[in-house]
Structure formats: structure tokens, C-alpha cells
Design a protein. Structure first.
Length: 149
């Protein structure tokens, strides 16, 4: 099954609301009711009318993405950094090391790996190896850097 694809911007809006405690069902309800005011009242990070506009263009895609997960059409290295923070509370220099073309020393649980890996756009490759604590040591490398290795 192909996952729905979201822009990095739409993914940030969805993940910000979820990270701040909004349930998927509440988020879906506000989107279906085109209630940007409720989303903006819940969090002021973005103008969530942009998310409502996305839903108007492709409602099934956005709603399915919220319910079942998604792939980001194109994600930058700073986009990955932000998503790791939103999804898991991870910080560069504490939970992993970020450079221009890669993320190293990232440890994920099996569930985190299954959530995060499919989100990455094709311009990033994720490599993982299970460790003795039943967690995964992960490296995320930009596709152009993988080709140079």
C-alpha cells in the first residue's frame, strides 16, 4: 500500500498539533469542519488555514495521512531535525549528531523506527542495525552522500 504524501510544511503543521497534545480525531474533526480558528487557538506556531486549504484540495490524502501515516514529498536535513524533535523530543547533539548530509548516533525503538522510516522522502536513506538492547542504531544519509560512499 502506498502511503499518502504530504509536503514538509503540512507535515510540520500536523506533527506540531499532535506533539502539543491534540488527538488525531480532534485534528481530523477541525479539518473536516474547516475550523482553522480552533487550530490557531490551540497553537500559534503556524497559520493553520494553510492546512485547511490543503485539505480542500485533497481531503482524503490529508485525512488518511493523519490516520495511517505518510511520506514527506521532499524533506530537508532541517526538516528531519524538526520532525525528530516533534515526534520523539530528540535534540541534535544530545540524541544524535546532525551534519549537512547525515544523521548519526540515533537510537530508535522498533516502534519509532516503523513510524519514522516511511516518513522520509526518497532523497534520504535510513540504515538501521538492531543492538543488544532491542533498539536500533540508525544512520540517515542523504542519497547523494550514499552514492559517494
Amino acid at each position: 500500500m502506498t502511503r499518502p504524501a504530504l509536503s514538509q510544511w503540512d507535515a510540520f503543521m500536523v506533527e506540531t498539533l499532535l506533539a502539543k497534545g491534540m488527538s488525531q480525531q480532534t485534528l481530523i474533526q477541525h479539518i473536516q469542519n474547516e475550523n482553522a480558528d480552533a487550530l490557531n487557538a490551540y497553537d500559534q506556531t503556524f497559520n493553520y488555514s494553510d492546512l485547511i486549504q490543503t485539505a480542500k484540495k485533497a481531503p482524503k490524502i490529508l485525512l488518511e495521512a493523519i490516520e495511517t501515516g505518510y511520506t514527506i514529498k521532499f524533506v530537508s536535513n532541517f526538516g528531519i531535525k524538526r520532525l525528530l524533535g516533534l515526534k520523539f523530543g530528540f535534540e541534535d547533539g544530545v540524541d544524535y549528531h546532525m551534519s549537512e548530509t547525515r544523521f548519526d548516533n540515533l537510537t530508535l525503538t522498533e516502534n519509532q523506527l516503523h513510524v519514522f522510516q516511511p516518513m522520509l522522502s526518497p532523497n534520504w536513506k535510513l540504515f538501521s542495525e538492531k543492538n543488544k538492547q532491542d533498539k536500533y542504531e540508525v544512520a540517515i544519509i542523504h542519497a547523494t552522500a550514499v552514492e559517494q560512499v
